[in-house]
Design a binder for this molecule. Structure first.
Ligand SMILES: Cc1cc2nc3c(=O)[nH]c(=O)nc-3n(C[C@H](O)[C@H](O)[C@H](O)COP(=O)(O)OP(=O)(O)OC[C@H]3O[C@@H](n4cnc5c(N)ncnc54)[C@H](O)[C@@H]3O)c2cc1C
Length: 458
């Protein structure tokens, strides 16, 4: 089978890849000339300088523009694009974008976007989550030049939107922006390796019919997100049919009335936002809950201790419940600092209490009867399709698995090119950007770098 040649192959089809496809198709961002001062005065002055005022950000020096920027991303260009699209968002303000987008068909770069499902990446699988809201404001979930507020009537009223609305928005974005022709859906990449004979990356995979595909390219982009491997408890009984690992499955249980106020409680395991979403969704339907988590509720590392209370009242309400000793009469009972030890086929679960375990080595255990167990203890990327010799060198820490926080892929922060593999780029959670607001900066960095490379060849 012959390989198809592409200038760029993007693996993954979530918000990262969609934004990159938009820019590679020739849609370039410009700073709006006619606006009043951007709240970031230094940035504003750099962008209105006579030498760059008519240039797109794709043609500018991103290192100079992003110098001194600070915020909630470790990646400089992610901060830059975010400050231009959502000025002062870190203060919870919804300011209009300071960018306008122009289309240059002659700047388009031949590329393909390969993803396991429909466009939307992780969001596509959240299509059924109609009641759970985004953590971020709805406008922070949007992609360049298509306001979610204009697109979705629901958002005209609500500051946050449902996960399912976001999934639909991303799918419609690809349609509205005429990007569908670049997308290869229901397709899985099984191998990425560098072929030294042709000096290109070789990408292999198969589609949903089982048909194989092959691409050759000088540039491959990993935009594979953080959701392909679910963290598991690793305890006996975890594979029993009443043990679930996703919010989607909970929504289905609720929709089919398999859990209700009169059933045995659901055991929700975990202390992240997904576990909190599960608590909110289940309590909304008055389903009784036992909520077990390893940490102390006051642990500063808990996400609830980092979210501003005025913006996330429902998460703070869950956190208050987690701090209370027992609220069994209200249908919610917290088991802080407890770990699941065993899940039995008769739906009994044994949990071990970790309080004091470090000092005394003494533990106590509890046994509870449940209807279902919902394990929501995080996810991690799956990059096993990248050739082993390459993969083990990609992270900041060599020979260790890639993790969003502790071991992101090591990149040049202005180009998003790997520090060890020229022509291999990365964006999104695998380089530590976990919010849609920030993943889009990777698209600018990569488009800018490819443009500079092309100029140097002219
Ligand atoms: C429940 C939940 C709620 C969230 N809420 C928010 C929020 O409110 N605000 C916010 O900003 N962020 C939120 N996030 C985080 C957000 O989803 C991610 O930051 C974002 O989706 C990352 O985009 P991405 O394109 O990099 O990756 P993804 O959206 O994860 O897309 C990557 C896609 O690549 C696919 N893929 C992986 N390997 C291969 C392969 N070998 N072949 C083909 N395809 C492959 C994956 O299956 C996946 O579909 C939330 C995440 C979750 C799970």
């Amino acid at each position: 089978m012959n390989s198809v040649n592409k200038e760029v192959v993007i693996i993954g089809n979530g918000p990262s890849a969609i934004t990159l496809s938009y820019m590679l198709s020739g849609n370039w961002p410009f700073y709006k000339k006619d606006q009043t001062l951007n709240p970031n005065e230094f940035l504003h002055q750099r962008l209105i300088d006579d030498s760059v005022i008519n240039k797109s950000l794709v043609e500018q020096d991103l290192e100079y523009l992003s110098d001194g920027l600070e915020g909630r991303s470790i990646n400089k260009v992610s901060l830059l694009l975010d400050q231009l699209q959502h000025p002062e968002a870190d203060f919870g303000v919804e300011n209009p974008s300071t960018l306008q987008w122009k289309y240059f068909p002659d700047k388009a770069i031949d590329h393909v976007v390969i993803g396991k499902g429909l466009p939307g990446g992780a969001w596509h699988s959240m299509n059924d989550c109609k009641e759970i809201l985004t953590i971020s404001l709805g406008s922070w979930m949007q992609l360049p030049d298509m306001e979610i507020r204009e697109w979705c009537s629901q958002h005209r009223r609500e500051s946050r939107v449902s996960l399912s609305t976001v999934a639909n928005y991303y799918y419609n974005y690809v349609k509205n922006k005429d990007l569908m022709k670049n997308f290869k859906h229901f397709s899985t990449v099984t191998s990425v390796r560098f072929d030294r004979q042709i000096n290109k990356y070789q990408i292999d995979g198969y589609d949903s019919n089982g048909d194989e595909f092959k691409y050759q390219t000088p540039r491959v982009v990993l935009a594979t997100g953080n959701c392909d491997r679910i963290n598991r408890l690793g305890v006996p009984g975890e594979d029993l049919p009443f043990v679930l690992h996703s919010l989607n499955e909970l929504e289905q249980l609720i929709a089919q009335s398999k859990v209700k106020s009169t059933t045995d409680p659901i055991l929700i395991v975990g202390a992240g936002l997904s576990a909190a979403d599960a608590v909110i969704a289940a309590r909304f339907r008055k389903v009784p809950i036992i909520h077990a988590f390893r940490r102390h509720p006051e642990d500063p590392a808990l996400i609830f201790n980092q979210l501003p209370e005025n913006m996330y009242p429902e998460y703070h309400s869950v956190h208050s419940k987690m701090k209370a000793k027992s609220l069994s009469s209200s249908g919610y009972e917290a088991l802080p600092m407890h770990c699941v030890k065993e899940i039995k086929s008769n739906k009994e679960v044994i949990l071990v209490n970790r309080i004091g375990v470090d000092d005394t080595c003494l533990t106590t255990s509890v046994k509870i009867k449940v209807s279902y167990v919902l394990v929501l203890i995080g996810m991690k990327p799956n990059l096993t399709f990248v050739e082993k010799d390459l993969l083990c060198n990609l992270g900041i820490k060599k020979n260790e698995d890639i993790f969003s926080r502790s071991n992101p892929i090591a990149i040049d922060t202005y180009t998003h090119e790997s520090l060890v593999a020229p022509g291999l780029y990365a964006m999104g959670p695998i380089i530590g950007d976990n919010f849609v607001r920030f993943v889009q900066g990777g698209a600018l960095a990569i488009t800018n770098h490819i443009h500079q490379q092309k100029l140097s060849l002219c």
